[in-house]
Design a protein around this ligand. Structure first.
Ligand code: BTN
Length: 254
């Protein structure tokens, strides 16, 4: 069960807890189709059996040990072409809650993976419903590895695995804090503070302004991330030429 009392205006004020479900993003989409839920509603489960990730991947999380939830937003003020601004605000909201726990190695890997050094701590899957040129609904799915310590692959980590001393994190407490920091960043976006969001996002961007290897269309290349364009594309300087990549067009060699 989750009982939280976040100091927020709307995010997390209503919580729908499901002991088990296939995907909280799917459950949230059903609510949008069936009723007109309040903005800020959070759907959370202890046991997500068919979690979805980006690029058609699965999201796996051991039951009862992690946070898997979806937040419903109504960003009617945001044009569909500007949807990356929401990705930035959400990434920063998560960063703000985790940074005091994890410290300076915490990063956002473009577009919105939560990384600590070269390991993934969490992921975000944002699914938007458009109304004309703007976004009517946004289902913001967040998966964070919290108390799980065994993973199928070495590139995953968790708060518990990173803790210097064994420490079981309080899941409702962490969710409550996330509601607060997510709302602060969302309100920044809603009030037009885009410059602040972009500056802050670049400050914590994984491998920003460092030379590394990437891969695009089966070709490996070296380059340096130099920024994000207004459409959310990653700008990489490769041999003096700036190349721009959309969501599925480039991967990092880690
Ligand atoms: C990724 O990194 O690929 C994104 C992972 C997103 C996982 C979360 S867990 C809660 C929500 N429900 C889902 O089915 N997916 C998201």
């Amino acid at each position: 069960m989750y009982k939280i009392h976040p100091k927020t205006l709307f995010i997390g004020q209503i919580l729908q807890y499901l002991p088990s479900c296939q995907s909280t993003n799917d459950e949230a989409s059903v609510l949008i189709a069936q009723i007109d839920p309040n903005e800020g509603l959070v759907v959370i489960t202890d046991n997500q059996t068919a979690g979805r990730g980006q690029r058609g991947n699965q999201w796996e999380a051991k039951a009862g040990e992690n946070l898997t939830f979806s937040l419903l937003l109504k960003p009617g003020f945001l044009m569909a072409k500007d949807q990356f601004w929401l990705n930035m605000a959400i990434s920063l909201g998560i960063y703000d809650a985790l940074q005091p726990l994890v410290g300076s190695a915490l990063r956002i890997k473009w577009p919105n993976d939560i990384y600590v050094s070269d390991q993934k701590l969490g992921g975000i899957l944002i699914e938007n419903t458009l109304h004309g040129y703007s976004i009517a609904w946004s289902v913001v799915g967040i998966g964070l590895n919290v108390n799980q310590t065994e993973f199928g692959y070495s590139t995953a980590t968790s708060l518990q695995a990173l803790a210097p001393l064994p420490n079981t994190y309080d899941l409702p407490g962490l969710l409550s804090r996330l509601c607060e920091t997510l709302e602060q960043r969302y309100l920044q976006l809603r009030s037009g503070q885009r410059d602040t969001l972009k500056i802050n996002y670049l400050q914590i961007l994984y491998r920003f302004q460092e030379e590394h290897s990437f891969e695009s269309e089966g070709q490996a290349f070296r380059g340096t991330i130099i920024g994000i364009d207004p459409n959310g594309r990653l700008a990489i300087n490769a041999n003096g030429q700036v190349r721009y990549f959309g969501f599925k067009e480039v991967s990092f060699s880690i």
